[in-house]
Design a protein around this ligand. Structure first.
Ligand code: IFM
Length: 464
């Protein structure tokens, strides 16, 4: 395969998913520590307390990354570890990241830092969390504290990972911490996270930070029946809510008009203060794209559900924002992962190409997450983990990125999700995304066949 010179090959994790040490060295509760105590919030009662124990095994994990030949490692910083209770800076917490960055640089791996991957300090949640505008200013302070210590060694700074999840899924669907079902609070969270992003880009830019960007999880919203007006309308609403509500403020300093009409009863317009959109649209140097699957959308859930033999309760989603019930994935005849997500590499190609067509001022793109959870990841008698489906998933998606580049998309890197098996949020530990298997009893790491294939690919440009 051929990729532009300097193309970055990496892997990614997030603090709450891998670190553990949830109450060590001054770290206080994040909203995920608290959510994990709510009965039935997380599958099997799993918690992020120990997770993949990366906090204690960091040097060993960096050595593994080196063995795999990774060029970059995308990790996130835990706000509750660094500014516990949002009071003072906790030196011990920041030291962990300082040691991690040194270890990575020593191994020749570029540190790619994400400031926020969903784990708000609980103390701030108690003051309203992201539905409180003040949280945006507290985030800017947190970002500055991290930059003051790591800015000399970290070149790439991502403000937020997937704000869609830490707003709508956290505040409206109730599936993520803090587990609320309040559409107004969810839209306030969207706007305040955007504001926090813009304030932070301004502040870090003024401090001479290297490259600044944000990571969005984007999708192609496909009308179930291409000519059906209700399906087309439902897909438009999903596209506005999942894609354009994030892309347009950040890239174009505006919310889409159709979105503002769709959600008018929930007060988004009233939250926007003079000057906010200019701050939010502060120029960025890269856009991170996380891609897992498309969303196949219908405004006729019963019809589509019956045609596709879907269980209405599990496959038909309703949303206060979409206006009517709609059907999302999986509804096409494609293979699925253990998350029941369709495997559709061509969706990644199409997304990367169309972003360049739709946003003329698009900065360079990085695929900051892509990967698959599969069942059957066990260490066999031969001491190996044979996961051919994941290996194929990865190589097919890499090929899709190559095709997108050939069609003109300015993609500069690919980060596989995830380096390690980890705490998959409300799914707990059962869903394994890692290219390195983690035995949660012993914390033993075993590189899976997919990890070996990715390493060969990085080395030779092919998996053989
Ligand atoms: O594990 C998550 C990650 O935290 C954010 N993006 C999607 C991954 C898989 O669900």
């Amino acid at each position: 395969m051929s990729f532009p010179a300097g193309f970055l090959w990496g892997s990614a994790t997030a603090a709450a998913q891998v670190e553990g040490a949830a109450h060590e060295d001054g770290k206080e509760d994040s909203i995920w520590d608290v959510f994990a105590r709510v009965p039935d919030a997380i599958a099997h009662g799993d918690t992020p307390e120990v997770a993949s124990d990366h906090y204690h095994r960091m040097p060993e994990d960096v050595a593994l990354m080196k063995e795999l030949g990774l060029g970059a490692y995308r990790f996130s910083t835990s706000w509750a570890r660094i500014k516990p209770g949002d009071r003072q800076v906790n030196r011990k917490g920041l030291d962990f990241y300082s040691r991690l960055v040194d270890e990575l640089l020593e191994a020749g791996i570029m540190p790619w830092l994400t400031l926020y991957h969903w784990d708000l300090p609980q103390a701030l949640q108690e003051r309203g969390g992201w539905s409180n505008r003040d949280t945006a200013y507290r985030f800017q302070e947190f970002a500055i504290a991290v930059h003051d210590v790591l800015g000399d060694r970290v070149s790439h700074w991502t403000t937020f990972n997937e704000p869609l999840c830490s707003s709508l899924i956290a505040y409206a669907s109730g599936e993520h911490a803090p587990g609320l079902r309040d559409p107004r609070a969810a839209l306030a969270a969207v706007h305040h996270q955007h504001l926090a992003h813009g304030l932070t880009v301004e502040a870090l830019r003024a401090r001479g930070a290297g490259k600044l960007g944000i990571t969005l999880n984007l999708t192609n919203a496909i009308p179930d029946l291409p000519g059906d007006p209700l399906d087309i309308e439902a897909a438009r609403r999903v596209d506005a809510l999942f894609n354009r509500m994030y892309l347009e403020p950040i890239l174009l300093s505006r919310y889409p008009d159709d979105l503002l009409m769709d959600v008018s009863e929930f007060g988004l317009g009233e939250l926007i203060q003079a000057g906010d959109l200019e701050v939010i649209g502060a120029p960025i140097d890269f856009l991170g794209v996380n891609y897992y699957h498309d969303d196949n959308v219908s405004g006729h859930p019963l019809r589509a559900g019956a045609r596709l033999n879907l269980e209405p309760t599990t496959r038909v989603k309703s949303s206060p924002f979409v206006g009517s019930e709609y059907v999302t994935f999986p509804s096409r005849d494609l293979p699925r992962t253990a998350m029941d997500w369709e495997v559709n590499p061509d969706g990644l190609r199409a997304l990367l190409v169309r972003l360049g067509h739709e946003y003329p001022n698009l900065p360079p793109l990085y695929v900051t997450e892509n990967g698959g959870a599969y069942g059957g990841d066990v260490v066999g008698e031969d001491g190996q983990v044979h996961d051919p489906e994941r290996a194929a998933y990865i190589l097919h998606h890499i090929r899709a990125v190559e095709e997108a580049v050939a069609e003109g998309a300015d993609v500069r890197g690919y980060f596989l999700w995830s380096l390690l098996d980890n705490f998959e949020w409300a799914w707990g530990f059962q869903k394994r995304f890692g290219i390195v298997h983690v035995d949660y009893e012993t914390q033993l790491r075993t590189v899976k066949d997919s990890g070996l294939a990715y390493a060969r690919f990085i080395r030779n440009g092919s998996s053989s």
